[in-house]
Design a protein around this ligand. Structure first.
Ligand SMILES: C[S@@+](CC[C@H](N)C(=O)[O-])C[C@H]1O[C@@H](n2cnc3c(N)ncnc32)[C@H](O)[C@@H]1O
Length: 288
């Protein structure tokens, strides 16, 4: 394949070059899929391209084809790309209004169940999982709940298992916690240690962390609640539809799908199968 210099991000490309680059990216994604099983073939193209370029420059390379070659032969470079592509930004009690809505509109139903199975899909480094565990504890539900926390990326999952978060973020997290309707003292859930704020082991007693790829893995349980926030935005329409199918199949009847304000089931083939429980935070109940 011919080698070609990649222009700066803001440069306008010749249509023929653009076409060629699209082909290079397609081939790279196919190679990544076949070599490592990570399927990014249906990720939204613009942000994918930006991240591939960033990785290419960080590796000191000049073309997508060189990156393709590096990825095939150097698994460590794949790990680095995975971190770039999987955009792990997260925080505790992120969008506090989501947790407020969850307390108000989901918790009362969960009280009527003998046991609650929650799937937190795309959990990143775990801040969302610890937040949900705290919420369930404060609502008296944690002891009869299990949270399955999954992500495509093994590196973020091992951080999640550790449960140590930067001390300098605790001020913000405390404010989030209060705005999320927290009922206790946030500082009681962690101890300040040398390496950061170490969260209580009791918060992960009923948590199972596991690698799961929403793009290619199948359903693995029947859930009462699925929380998946700030993940689907990175997928194109086809992949979003596949993930909605997966969520639909994985939910019990009357199960809750909580997507957060950035995503929605509207305009998906599953729109009719859900009833809106809380519109702003896109919390739904499976009815169909
Ligand atoms: C922006 S974080 C969201 C974290 C958390 N849900 C939140 O809202 O704060 C997106 C996460 O989705 C994960 N992810 C991306 N593609 C995935 C896939 N195909 N399967 C599972 N997780 C994926 C990334 O690794 C990343 O940790």
């Amino acid at each position: 394949m011919p080698e070609r210099s990649v222009p700066p991000a803001d440069a306008r490309m010749d249509p023929a070059d653009e076409e060629l680059e699209r082909l290079e990216i397609e081939l790279l994604l196919e190679a990544v899929y076949r070599r490592y099983g990570f399927d990014f073939r249906e990720y939204a193209p613009a942000s994918l391209k930006r991240r591939l370029w960033r990785r290419m420059y960080a590796e000191g390379l000049e073309t997508v084809t060189q990156l393709h070659d590096r990825l095939l032969h150097d698994p460590a470079s794949m790990e680095r790309l995975l971190l770039d592509l999987s955009i792990n930004v997260t925080s505790m009690f992120r969008d506090p209004s989501f947790y407020m809505a969850f307390r108000e509109h989901v918790v009362p139903t969960l009280h009527t169940y003998p046991f609650t199975r929650v799937w937190c899909a795309g959990c990143s480094t775990g801040e969302e999982v610890y937040s949900l565990a705290i919420l369930l504890k404060e609502e008296g539900l944690y002891d009869r709940a299990r949270i399955y926390a999954t992500d495509i990326n093994e590196q973020v999952l091992s951080a999640a298992r550790e449960g140590v978060f930067p001390l300098e973020r605790m001020k913000q997290y405390t404010q989030n916690y209060i705005r999320a309707g927290g009922k206790g003292e946030f500082s009681e859930y962690y101890v300040a240690a040398y390496e950061g704020a170490r969260f209580s082991r009791s918060l992960t007693e009923n948590v199972v962390f596991a690698q799961h790829n929403l793009a290619s893995d199948r359903a693995f349980n029947e859930f009462n609640v699925i929380v998946c926030r700030n993940v689907l935005i990175y997928f194109d329409k086809t992949l979003q539809t596949r993930v909605h199918e997966l969520f639909y199949e994985s939910l019990d009847t009357f199960g809750v799908l909580a997507l957060g304000h950035k995503e929605s089931v509207a305009f998906t083939p599953y729109a009719e199968q859900y009833e809106v429980i809380q519109a702003a935070e896109r919390i739904y109940k499976k009815i169909g």
